[in-house]
Design a protein around this ligand. Structure first.
Ligand code: GMT
Length: 373
């Protein structure tokens, strides 16, 4: 198949899924054209079947808000005509599904199909805003195929947008070989030289991630178990989070290491992953931690219960229950046998249920269905 993939290039789950899927599809012999405003950070290495096309556009003083959706649609039309693309796959509804729809209308005689994958905040937060909702609903309804990354997100889309069409659930996925390939990072020697436990959190530091809760959980855990906290990522809440660390006198125990392209080398040194989000349609970072045999302490919201088996691969609690999360975390860290068992089960679950070798063929089969419809 010849597939055009529309995605965001920045550190974020939808871009990771789009990139890893593109690599997997190219390895399976499909021709993949990735279209974005910059090269997605996860696209490592060269593959003869994979091409990246950056969307550029003219600016003009009248255009206070550059019309990216239109420039993207124009780029899609050019690419479809040049490379005979059969299907556009829009990751994150906004504005990608709308641009794909527009390109399809312009390319009528070429009979291009469109697939939209809903990732989370495109439905639960941004897309639900009244300023965008009607266009998002239209673009979802007009896509030839729609997928959601969890059963939760599928149901939420139906409720939020009143959509009646079929939405196929295709989960996020991991490469089980990645942790073993990860280069050794001497994190323990650097951050935990006296055998302290290492807790980790990775996110884009948006309000939905509740990074203050991460700090509050850690503040309590380190009173019970000698430990360190490593925070991966960047985003709007980072200053506030750094301030809380300083206010709680934890600066020597909490390390902000910024955005990282590959998480496995870091997760392979972690004892526990914290994800106390307010919203999480799936929780790809939690899955990536589980792939590295790391148990997860998270909230029992969104798609997280579809991923984290409560009491088996981690623990789930209501939003904001930082005290309970801390107690569970400390208890697990102190019980070596249980901690090892949870880590083993986490890895088993990641490899069994969310293996790229199982999930990528689901996308391939879905494309085939859509192309034949
Ligand atoms: O987590 C984010 O805010 C980034 C966002 C994205 O679209 O880049 O992630 C969403 O998509 C991921 C991949 O499908 C999911 O695993 C995340 O749970 C989801 N984030 C939220 O729903 C908040």
């Amino acid at each position: 198949m010849k597939i055009g993939v529309l995605c965001y290039p920045t550190h974020g789950g939808s871009g990771v899924v789009a990139s890893e899927l593109s690599i997997g599809l190219a390895e399976r012999g499909h021709e993949v054209h990735i279209v974005s405003y910059a090269t997605p950070f996860r696209l490592h290495g060269f593959h003869p079947n994979m091409f990246v096309h950056e969307v550029g556009f003219a600016t003009y003083p009248l255009l206070k808000y550059p019309p990216y959706a239109l420039a993207l649609a124009t780029k899609l039309v050019d690419l479809a005509e040049t490379f005979h693309i059969e299907l556009f796959h829009a990751h994150y509804a906004m504005p990608h599904a709308t641009s794909a729809y527009l390109a399809k209308q312009i390319l009528k005689s070429q009979d291009i199909k469109t697939v939209t994958t809903l990732h989370g905040t495109d439905i639960t937060l941004v897309g639900a805003d009244a300023s965008f909702q009607k266009v998002i609903k239209f673009a979802i309804e007009e896509s030839d195929g729609v997928t959601a990354v969890s059963e939760y997100l599928r149901k939420r889309t139906i409720e939020e947008f009143g959509i009646r069409r079929e939405i196929r659930v295709i989960n996020n996925f991991i490469d089980p070989g990645r942790p073993a390939q990860s280069r050794y990072v001497s994190l323990r020697e650097t951050y935990a030289p006296n055998g302290e436990k290492i807790l980790m959190h990775a996110s884009n530091f948006r309000p939905v991630k509740r990074t203050d809760d991460v700090i509050r959980i850690f503040a309590r855990v380190q009173e019970i178990v000698p430990s360190r906290l490593i925070l991966i990522g960047e985003g709007p809440q980072i200053r506030e989070t750094q301030q809380l660390v300083a206010d709680l006198n934890l600066s020597d125990k909490v390390h902000f290491i910024g955005e990282q392209d590959q998480l496995e080398p870091l997760f392979s040194c972690a004892d526990l992953f914290l994800l106390p989000s307010e919203q999480e349609s799936f929780g790809l970072t939690a899955l990536e931690a589980m792939n590295c045999s790391v148990p997860v302490i998270a909230t029992d919201i969104g798609g997280l219960p579809e991923l984290v088996a409560n009491g088996e691969t981690g623990y789930l609690f209501p939003i904001g229950e930082t005290e309970k999360m801390a107690e569970a975390a400390a208890g697990l860290l102190l019980d070596h046998e249980r901690h090892r068992r949870f880590g083993r089960k986490a890895r088993e679950r990641a490899v069994r249920d969310f293996n790229a070798s199982r999930i990528i063929p689901q996308y391939e089969a879905f494309y085939q269905e859509v192309l034949q419809s």
